[in-house]
Design a protein around this ligand. Structure first.
Ligand SMILES: Nc1ncnc2c1ncn2[C@@H]1O[C@H](COP(=O)(O)OP(=O)(O)OP(=O)(O)O)[C@@H](O)[C@H]1O
Ligand SMILES: [Mg+2]
Length: 228
């Protein structure tokens, strides 16, 4: 769960590029190789990944299976070490991992309570936000259910809800709607657009070409490099 704990809120200033555009996140020349097994076989995943995210944009990160999208996102979050390169982030962070990190024995309400404390939210703010998320994503009826009783789609809703609870400045979402039904998928885009309109920044890993028009721009990851 430490993957998703909130980033410090102490850096209100934005990074300014030479072109003058403010960046909520700037990643430069990221390189990552995994080494596995006793022979230390290596898999070179990222060779030169670069990304700048400005306030108030929804950016898609696309690429084939195994191209390194989740690896790059984990490096942006800070849960995975990079070999080299630089990541600068400002403001609060919400992260929705590809594989939900949830506690089987806790209910949805208990998850929200736990995360509200980790995010340092006031009780009233947390309660309102939690109720909005139950309503927006449509899983209020499961608030008292333990995760072990939930369907895959409802787990995905909780996984996303926990990333959104504190209304972070920057949202990093790794295939957040993979398990959603159509109505939830549409509601997901409504709530994402709403956050973008309020100046939040959203990076979404996606596979669906059909989503292209919903993004402000798309970054492709290929052969370890970002394009676009
Ligand atoms: N912990 C790990 N140890 C070794 N290799 C890894 C590890 N995690 C990922 N890899 C390898 O790194 C490459 C990139 O994996 P990653 O999960 O980043 O891809 P992805 O683009 O997110 O794929 P997908 O679309 O299937 O989610 C793959 O070849 C994968 O097998
Ligand atoms: Mg992935």
């Amino acid at each position: 769960m430490s993957n998703r704990e909130p980033a410090p809120r102490t850096t209100p200033a934005r990074t300014t590029s030479s072109a003058g555009a403010a960046a909520v996140l700037a990643a430069e020349r990221i390189v990552k190789t995994y080494r596995r097994g006793w022979r230390r076989d290596s898999v070179r995943v990222l060779t030169d990944a670069n990304l700048r995210l400005a306030a108030g944009e929804i950016v898609g990160l696309v690429g084939e299976n195994g191209s390194g999208k989740s690896t790059l996102m984990k490096i942006l979050v800070g849960s995975l070490e990079k070999d080299s390169g630089r990541v600068v982030r400002h403001g609060s962070l919400g992260y929705c991992p590809q594989n939900p990190i949830l506690y089987e024995r806790l209910t949805c309400d208990e998850h929200f309570e736990l995360f509200a404390r980790a995010y340092g939210l006031e009780l009233a703010v947390a309660d309102r936000s939690q109720q909005d998320l139950y309503d927006e994503l449509g899983f209020d009826q499961y608030r008292q259910s333990r995760v072990e009783e939930l369907s895959g789609g409802t787990r995905a809703k909780l996984n996303l809800g926990l990333a959104l609870l504190h209304d972070p400045d920057l949202l990093l979402l790794d295939e957040p709607y993979a398990g959603f039904d159509w109505d939830t998928y549409l509601r997901f885009w409504e709530l994402t657009a709403d956050r973008r309109d309020r100046g939040r920044t959203v990076l979404i890993i996606s596979h669906f070409v059909a989503d292209e028009e919903r993004f402000d721009r798309i970054v492709h990851l290929k052969n370890g490099k970002t394009e676009g």
